[in-house]
Design a protein around this ligand. Structure first.
Ligand code: GLC
Ligand code: GLC
Length: 812
């Protein structure tokens, strides 16, 4: 069962029926102004911070689902029949329906009563607004006389407050309506210097700005009273629920088209220029009206849309591949890269599953997101790295999260996740490998956002490494702290209070429980650090890191091996976690992937053994489960991981973020077939045929697919905002296709399936364009390189000064 198809030429996913199993969403905006938009125009918009600057209202958890959106109504003036051309909210049967999600835009086209309506939503580059570009075509034989109504419901800025603090909120709403533009200005009278606006290109026959006037008593968005009667109330909101709605009258002869533009946006005024006249309470519109006018101009809107398309061509043009597998091509060339941009921008804040009020930017999440993003816009990656580093603590530790609006650390959501600091080493190493910008290591960066504490970024990294070494447990393995990558493995929490937060509670001193996963991550990070250090002649540090990595690998060999796989941890009592000795949770995926990625056990066969245990015990048709067997009851000493029903989330779900670690590990032992097989099991495009089971969008990864112990095995949840995006991108492009940036240049070391006869790729890298052709001559992974026709030893393509470089790779 499928609900649509890929249109790769246009870089779009085309949804062919509105009632998808879940709302299938897309994102608008890449810089300051963002929106999420579903295939039926549901969703909301915000400026920078989904919690603190929410522009429009959305009802998570509402029924029917996906309530709140960018609504349009068409009303036939002959008989009063009305419908929504995007299906929601009236859910009228449409004669045709199609939604095209593209890169930064969504177009919904439908036909009903011979009216063909197409509406394209997008956020122009560098603008704090979104355009709704509606065109109507009368495909019938008679003149059509229509009323067009628009509607958005404003949120009163702080989305959390907006959803809870009614005693205040129902009295604060304020608007201004000038020249048919609805300005939402709640709290502008006091400390805010920003407001929202909603404008229409056409002359209006009416408008509304008070929700209850527009909807009528006890009506929903599916049946607004104003639309039913064909007449707006011209209401001015004071308190209650401000909305924006325009009413335009349209007559269309047979074959006639009409274009109507709407602009919904956010604007700030300088604090001393808020009002005009200055002693009034009226918004000073001097700087906003020209912006609004320009986006109600069709020619300008067309140019802005073209600029958006061009920008995406540039971003995606950094790497394009042509392999024998369509799912690989489609995800690498379009959707996976796109998802990496979205996770970089929004971290874990706003999706259909993340309510936008919960989380800031995670320290570990952000650093991992960078891995899949850095090649697209290295300058933004650089800025992000410096922002994140500035939240680091002098101990080398990290706030678990920071707020995107203030860029400051926030420990209200917990701290002492002992893996956190190590991820920034990987992010910086990836950035330097991409750009060759070693100068970033010298950038002075503060600790904890405190001026006067500046130290070079390189020292921040060194402190990250030292942070682990300062916190070793009884077996010489890293103490886990509150948790490591697996937020839910809480070995020091011991919580027996209902509802108590696993993220902030600690009831043990934390000096015993150790993580074998952090050990692997440490070995990986210390090796990266050593390489960086060598390159800047910090030889003492390089040596120290190498020794520390060796020492840690030895500790894993002595105390981290269960016989056929790596242990996961030691708990507070010093008992092994992830061992065949336990009745449940015998094997965990994380240390198998991470330790092998770090090179542990490759020389002595344990890597191979661990990966074959993964294959036997954890691999399913829907991906590799996180652990096995899942925990069937709550275990005080393990924490949140045992709170989930078996097969879900960290308790035996297919937690997709971890799967690419195993793919990478497989390439490291030379198994291209297995690596790519695992890659396809969770590849959304490859799963599109099973949409009825998978249920989430077939064009992006989800955080989790229900594991074999769940009744809904194969069903995905929490699509879009997941480290799965970055890691899959890294696994397929750098390890399976083997096009890998390193500090010294581009390495070419494909480990592809044996039955591929090769592939081609174009990679822009440090100012040069590499045209790569890989040809298989034998079934192995031995590489011979020809650069511009000249044979080269090894797998490293020497850095080119620029221009075009032809690279031939022969695999035997
Ligand atoms: C979520 C978190 C991430 C964590 C993972 C596993 O995806 O965002 O930080 O590593 O869960 O618990
Ligand atoms: C919950 C989730 C986990 C996530 C964490 C972040 O524990 O299960 O996946 O990482 O919340 O707060």
């Amino acid at each position: 069962m499928q609900y649509g198809f890929f249109d790769d030429d246009r870089r779009e996913y085309v949804i062919t029926r509105p009632d998808t199993p879940l709302p299938w969403i897309n994102y608008l905006g890449t810089d300051g102004y963002f929106g999420i938009i579903s295939n039926t125009a549901g969703g909301y918009s915000f400026y920078r911070d989904a919690r603190l600057r929410r522009l429009t209202r959305y009802r998570y958890n509402g029924v029917p689902t996906d309530a709140g959106g960018r609504y349009l109504y068409l009303r036939d003036r002959r008989d009063g029949h009305f419908w929504s051309p995007t299906w929601q909210p009236t859910r009228t049967d449409l004669d045709e329906y199609q939604c095209r999600h593209g890169l930064g835009y969504t177009t919904i086209r439908s036909r009903h009563r011979d009216i063909e309506a197409t509406v394209r939503f997008f956020v122009p580059i560098d603008q704090n607004l979104e355009v709704w570009d509606l065109s109507l075509l009368n495909a019938g034989e008679e003149t059509a006389r229509l009323s067009v109504f628009s509607a958005v419901e404003f949120a009163l800025w702080d989305a959390w407050d907006d959803a809870t603090n009614f005693q205040r909120n129902l009295s604060t709403g304020e608007v201004e309506v000038v020249d048919g533009i609805v300005y939402h200005k709640t709290e502008y009278r006091e400390r805010r210097n920003h407001f929202a606006f909603f404008a229409c290109s056409e002359p209006l026959v009416g408008f509304d700005s008070q929700r209850d006037e527009f909807l009528g008593r006890y009506h929903g968005w599916d049946r607004p009273a104003a639309v039913e009667r064909g007449e707006s109330g011209n209401s001015i909101a004071h308190g209650w629920a401000p909305i924006g709605s325009h009413h335009v009258a349209v007559s269309l002869e047979p074959g006639e088209r009409r274009r109507i533009l709407f602009a919904l946006g956010y604007h700030e005024n300088p604090s001393d220029r808020k009002f005009d006249p200055p002693d009034s309470q009226a918004i000073d519109r001097t700087t906003v009206t020209p912006v609004i006018a320009s986006f109600l101009d069709p020619g300008h809107v067309d140019e802005a849309f073209q600029a958006l398309e061009d920008r995406w061509s540039r971003y995606l043009g950094v790497l394009q591949v042509d392999t024998p597998d369509v799912h690989t091509n489609r995800m690498v060339n379009i959707w996976n890269a796109y998802q990496c941009m979205v996770t970089f921008n929004l971290s874990r804040s706003a999706s259909y599953f993340e309510s936008g009020v919960g989380r800031g930017m995670g320290f570990r999440d952000t650093n991992q997101d960078l891995l899949g993003f850095v090649h697209m816009v290295p300058d933004r990656a650089r800025e992000r790295i410096l922002d994140v580093a500035a939240t680091q603590l002098e101990t080398g530790g990290a706030y678990h999260q920071y707020q995107p609006l203030t860029k400051r650390g926030n420990d209200a959501v917990g701290g002492n996740f002992n893996d956190d600091p190590l991820w920034i080493v990987l992010a910086v190493a990836a950035y330097v490998a991409e750009t060759g910008d070693f100068a970033i290591l010298d950038e002075p960066v503060v600790f904890d956002n405190r001026p006067g504490t500046e130290a070079p970024l390189f020292e921040h990294l060194d402190r990250s490494i030292q942070y682990t070494l300062d916190r070793l447990g009884p077996h010489g393995l890293p103490l886990i702290g509150r948790a490591d990558w697996n937020d839910c493995l809480n070995l020091n929490t011991f919580s027996d209070e209902p509802g108590e937060s696993f993220q902030t509670t600690t009831n043990r001193d934390g000096k015993v429980a150790e993580s074998v996963f952090i050990a692997g991550l440490f070995v990986l990070a210390a090796a990266e650090m050593a390489q960086l250090a060598h390159r800047i002649a910090a030889n003492e540090i390089a040596r120290r890191c190498e020794q520390a990595a060796e020492g840690m690998a030895a500790a894993v060999a002595r105390h981290g091996w269960d016989g056929a796989w790596f242990l996961r941890a030691y708990d507070h009592f010093g008992n092994a976690v992830g061992s065949h000795d336990d009745s449940e949770g015998q094997i965990f995926i994380e240390p198998q992937g991470m330790n092998v990625m770090a090179g542990i056990g490759i020389g002595d066969g344990r890597a191979r053994q661990a990966l074959s245990s993964v294959h036997e015990r954890l691999a399913t048709d829907h991906g590799i489960a996180i652990l096995e067997p899942p925990f069937t009851r709550y275990r005080l000493e393990l924490g949140e991981i045992t709170t989930y029903p078996p097969g879900y989330k960290e308790n035996g779900g297919i937690f997709c973020h971890t799967n690419p670690w195993v793919m990478i590990a497989e390439t490291m032992i030379g198994s291209g077939d297995r690596a790519h097989d695992y890659y396809l099991r969770i590849n959304p495009s490859a799963r599109a045929e099973q949409s009825a089971i998978h249920r989430c969008e077939p064009y992006v990864y989800a955080q989790m697919i229900a594991g074999p112990a769940a009744p809904s095995h194969g069903e995905a949840k929490n699509s879009w905002l997941s480290g799965t995006a970055a890691w899959n991108y890294v696994a397929i492009t750098q390890w399976i296709l083997g096009i890998r940036p390193t500090l010294d240049g581009l390495r070419l070391q494909p480990v592809i399936p044996a039955d591929w006869d090769g592939f081609r790729a174009i990679r822009r890298y440090r100012g040069a364009t590499y045209h790569i052709e890989v040809r298989r001559r034998g079934r192995g992974n031995n590489v011979s390189l020809l650069v511009d026709g000249v044979p080269i030893e090894g797998t490293l393509v020497p850095a080119a000064a620029g221009g075009e470089v032809q690279v031939e790779v022969v695999l035997e």
